[in-house]
Design a protein around this ligand. Structure first.
Ligand code: UDX
Length: 447
């Protein structure tokens, strides 16, 4: 946990209680502040008010429960409840706009519309949502016009870098805090809010609004580029009978490159990397610098190609015919330790094979309800063994520890044909081959 900041107990509202907002609200309450979380979804408000997490996130339920029990953390659908707060965090989603690569800011604009009438005293509105650069300044202008406090309703941008599955740790002990501010006063307000983290040694980078907005999307674009570069190398490895697993171990030993985010496979998904990469391109084009970001289109294309390559591999293992063939897909979440299936490569591959007439049986330790909601036709298995029963091929597409621990000898007795495609490099090829499996992995020689 964190040391007490010895600072003022700040009254805070958090608008939007999705992955970002719910975690942020609970974390602020854990730091000793009075927090009200606002969400238009009454069901979500009811769940959170009981101190329960509406999605799978390790450690979040405990932190929520502690906050609710302490009386410092409440949730509501009534925006009027924000009136007493001195700081308001905007945490609503900014998904990809349907039919476009740009970000859909309608929830953010609606949050500002709902919030503005309640800003009667000097106050600071702090954006955390990921937005196209220039949005913060525009929201600041709107607040000046629409809030009763006028220009005493300030705007700041404080991007959030939390990863799903590590959200609690990332919120309490972030690598850095970014304060995009227009004045020393606004900087001081944020220093009060984050007093425990600052006391704990977390570095603060103070900057302007535009740089703070760019910080988040730039980090995600760098991560996306890295994953696509390693997937590019994987394809070359495969064509040259080299091994991308060994290659990334060699690259990772170079201090300048490092070993994180170097896992090849079926590619990146989730609610951030894919849409942020596209939104960055869309915004750069609006700003007249589309040519400078052209490489990001290729990064997106390489990423989508991994899904197609996985499907092609499965189809070729089945002799080119998938209709009626039994395919076990292990993994639906976009990554391990999450139940999120937004833009999940695993679910995309499963759904595409299902649409082509394969008899797909899917299993994920946490994401089954979300997967079946997103793709109602998909059959779910009760566990690894159930999903793999009589399978003609097994695809491992999310990096859950449970899949790393599969016993290939026992599973070989369950399937019809012992063929496996490791789409996340989580299986030991020697062990699986020794157990009689026809073993394939993206980027591994002999595949
Ligand atoms: C990301 C950023 O990491 C985080 O800082 C930001 O706040 C939100 O977006 P998240 O979406 O939770 O976080 O997932 P992340 O851990 O970044 O993984 C994204 C995708 O990349 C996943 O599908 C994951 O499986 C994939 N990935 C990650 C790889 O394919 N290879 C890797 O080496 C790492």
């Amino acid at each position: 946990m964190l040391p007490s900041g010895d600072g003022r107990r700040v009254r805070i509202s958090v608008i939007g209680t999705g992955y970002l907002g719910a975690t942020h609200a609970a974390c602020l309450a854990a730091c000793g502040h009075d927090v009200v979380g606002v969400d238009s979804d009454p069901e979500r408000v009811a769940t959170l008010s009981q101190g329960r997490a509406p999605f799978h996130e390790p450690g979040l339920a405990d932190m929520l429960l502690r906050g609710v029990d302490s009386g410092r953390l409440t949730f509501t659908s009534d925006c009027a409840r924000v009136e007493d707060a001195d700081v308001h965090f905007l945490c609503v989603g900014t998904p990809q706009k349907p039919g476009s690569h740009g970000a859909d800011l309608s929830a953010l604009e609606a949050a500002v519309t709902a919030l503005a009438p309640y800003l009667a005293r000097p106050t600071l509105v702090v954006g955390k949502s990921t937005v196209p650069v220039g949005t913060a300044a525009r929201i600041g202008d709107r607040l000046c016009r629409e809030a009763p406090a006028g220009d005493r309703a300030g705007i700041a941008w404080n991007p959030e870098f939390l990863r799903e599955g590590h959200a609690v740790k990332d919120s309490l002990h972030p690598d850095r805090l970014v304060f995009g501010v227009r004045s020393d006063e606004d900087d001081l307000v944020l220093r009060e809010v984050y007093a425990p983290q600052i006391k704990d040694g977390v570095p603060v980078v103070r900057t302007d609004l535009a740089t703070a907005e760019l910080a988040k999307v730039s980090a995600n674009v760098m991560l996306a580029a890295r994953i696509s570069l390693v997937n590019m190398l994987a394809e070359v490895c495969e064509a040259s009978d080299a091994d991308v697993g060994d290659l990334t171990r060699i690259l990772g030993r170079d201090d300048r490159i490092g070993s994180k985010f170097l896992n090849p496979g079926v590619g990146f998904g989730g609610g951030c990397l894919p849409k942020d990469t596209r939104a960055f391109v869309a915004r750069a084009e609006e700003l007249g610098v589309g040519a400078a970001v052209r490489v990001l289109r290729e990064i997106d294309a390489i990423n989508m190609r991994q899904r197609a390559r996985t499907i092609d591999k499965a189809v070729s293992l089945l002799g080119g015919r998938v209709a009626g063939r039994r395919i076990a897909v292990l993994g639906a979440a976009f990554k391990a330790d999450s139940d999120d299936v937004r833009d999940s490569p695993a679910l995309d591959v499963a759904a595409t094979l299902d649409a082509r007439g394969a008899a797909v049986r899917l299993y994920d330790p946490k994401a089954m309800p979300n997967a079946v909601r997103a793709w109602p036709g998909l059959a779910g298995g009760d566990g690894v063994e159930d999903a793999c029963r009589d399978a003609d091929v097994v695809l491992v597409l999310t990096d859950w520890d449970e899949f790393r621990g599969i016993d290939p000898v026992a599973l070989a007795d369950v399937v019809r044909h012992p063929r496996v495609v490791d789409g996340r490099l989580v299986l030991d090829p020697d062990k699986w081959r020794a157990a009689g499996w026809d073993f394939h992995a993206l980027g591994r020689g002999g595949s």
